[in-house]
Write a protein that binds this ligand. Structure first.
Ligand code: F6P
Length: 515
């Protein structure tokens, strides 16, 4: 039987029938997380067929290649060594060098946090401004937002990513350049948004502190030559972002220097330790127990076999409110592709649209759509309260997440509505019907700690890589983002009135905007 046969067989059954059998399914667990896959269109036979798929695609071999430092990023002819950034004792020389880049950043962070390194006028730094975009921004922003309550009292943290000048204006507003330290992160050191914002920040610092302005900057990059040019003879701090670290896998790197400075010293250490624990699990566990393999298989099953084009990520955790945006880049920039490295098109759907937000807040918004729109989207609930000392809140948060998952799955029939509320007019009762049949995953941790954030992100990284293997994709490149950049470069002169454009609608829009 093919996977499609299994899907058709299961789709023909009432979801409740499948769930009554799957209720006995044991949850999986690793590195502080428990994951329950009961509420999916799966049974023992379909799961066995997926395990066979994992064998055919040699997912265990793919993991071995990753952790052996083989060149898994084939189009760029590079290894993907993000795991080495969090490995306490990496074995190979290359992995040790990668790890060293983190240790250098940690040393610098302590110097700034403890004011043994000061600004041009001898004042201690009290604000860190992080400038970067995409993978050079989402990660530190996520960690800092998650552990805002673990920020040092004496250091503020600001961010700037957008080309809209207001973003930097707001980031710098009220700051004293003499006490401000700027962390500029760009792997390529060629990204327009980052260079624009860094340039404006440099002007602002230079106007405030004079010739020693570069003491207020650390540049994290894989392109030290370009960063050195940017410094224009001034002596600035350069930190290494190794070539083998993709931007969206760089949360563990020196690129998170701002967090290392501004958060309590154990946060980043625990964060990386959690990731290392997940690495060990994923590297060693068998297919059946391996969280990353199971989730990658589920992604393939839901997107490519059952045809669900989207997945909702519902984070019941204040600390994880930025997680959907973070994972959008990780998953959609990695696997939002349709051509394999050999140039052949993929014949099936690949990475779904990933979207979502923070529970319970989303319940007062798009959950209406999840429950009652004709579109069906699998949901992934992450239940991980940020604090556990207020039991009522934790109980409420958890109850809401579980209730949402139950209603999505079981729905509410017209007969149920009428039994509960017999006097309702039929047209109202009909509007209270929930179709149900909507699958979901429950990921649970009793409390969201830095360790568990680390293990969760590492899990998603491995899941993304393995799902990419199932689709036959290279998850480490991103050709699709390049075209828009090139086009924008051509349109700027047209917006300044210096040249014409050939596209009639763009030409019309430019004329409107210029007028
Ligand atoms: O959006 C494309 C991208 O290349 C991402 O992959 C990357 O994280 C981001 O731009 C920023 O790139 P850089 O770190 O080179 O400035």
């Amino acid at each position: 039987m093919t996977l499609t046969d299994h899907a058709e067989r299961l789709r023909a059954l009432p979801f409740r029938t499948i769930l009554s059998i799957r209720a006995a399914t044991k949850p999986l667990s690793a590195a502080g997380w428990t994951v329950d896959l009961s509420r999916h269109y799966l049974d023992t036979d379909a799961t066995a067929a997926l395990f066979a798929l994992a064998e055919r695609h040699d997912l265990k071999g793919a993991l071995a290649s990753l952790f052996d430092g083989e060149k898994v990023n084939t189009s760029e002819d590079r290894a993907a060594l993000h795991w080495a950034l969090r490995a306490a004792h990496p074995e190979t020389e290359e992995a040790q060098q990668v790890r060293q880049s983190v240790l250098a950043a940690e040393t610098l962070a302590q110097e700034i946090a403890w004011a043994t390194r000061k600004g041009a006028s001898g004042e201690r730094f009290d604000t860190i401004v992080h400038i970067g975009i995409g993978g050079s921004d989402f990660g530190p922003r996520l960690i800092a937002d998650a552990f805002e309550d673990k920020r040092r009292d004496d250091i503020d943290l600001r961010y700037c990513a957008n080309l809209d000048p207001l973003d930097l204006d707001l980031a710098l507003s009220g700051l004293d350049p003499a006490r401000t330290f700027v962390v500029g992160v760009s792997k390529s050191f060629g990204t327009e948004e980052t260079l624009y914002n860094l340039g404006r920040a440099r002007d602002w610092v230079r106007a405030g502190v004079g010739k020693d302005w570069a003491k207020h900057f650390a540049l994290v990059t894989a392109n030290p030559a370009r960063a050195t040019d940017w410094l224009d003879g001034a002596e600035g701090l350069l930190l290494d972002l190794p070539e083998s670290i993709g931007g969206r896998f760089s949360i563990w790197s020196a690129g998170s220097l701002a967090c290392s400075i501004a958060l309590q010293s154990d946060v980043m250490e625990d964060f990386r330790a959690g990731a290392e624990a997940m690495d060990k699990h994923v590297e060693r566990a068998d297919i059946a127990d391996n969280l990353a393999i199971r989730l990658a298989l589920l992604d393939y099953w839901n997107a490519s076999v059952l045809g669900f084009g989207a997945r909702a990520l519902l984070a019941y955790s204040r600390r994880l409110r930025l997680l959907p945006a973070y994972l959008q880049q990780l998953e959609m920039e990695s696997n939002g592709k349709s051509v394999r490295p050999d140039g052949h098109a993929v014949s099936e759907a690949t990475a779904p649209l990933l979207w979502g937000g923070e529970g319970t807040i989303g319940q007062h918004s798009y959950h209406q759509w999840l429950h009652q729109s004709p579109s069906m989207v699998p949901a992934e609930f992450i239940i991980a309260p940020g604090a556990t000392d207020e039991l009522d809140g934790v109980t409420g948060l958890t109850a809401h997440a579980l209730a949402q998952a139950e209603v999505l799955a079981n729905g509410r029939s017209l007969a149920d509505v009428q039994a509960d509320e017999p006097h309702l007019p039929l047209e109202i009762a009909a509007q209270k019907v929930h179709a149900g049949g909507r699958p979901s995953t429950i990921m649970h941790a009793p409390r969201l700690t830095p360790y568990r954030l680390g293990s969760l992100i590492a899990l998603f990284e491995h899941r993304t890589y393995l799902a990419g293997k199932l689709w036959g994709l290279n998850s480490f490149d991103q050709w699709g983002v390049e075209r828009g950049k090139t086009m924008a470069g051509k349109l700027k002169p047209a917006l300044r009135g210096e040249r014409q454009v050939s596209d009639a609608i763009t030409a019309k829009l430019i004329a409107q905007i210029r007028s």
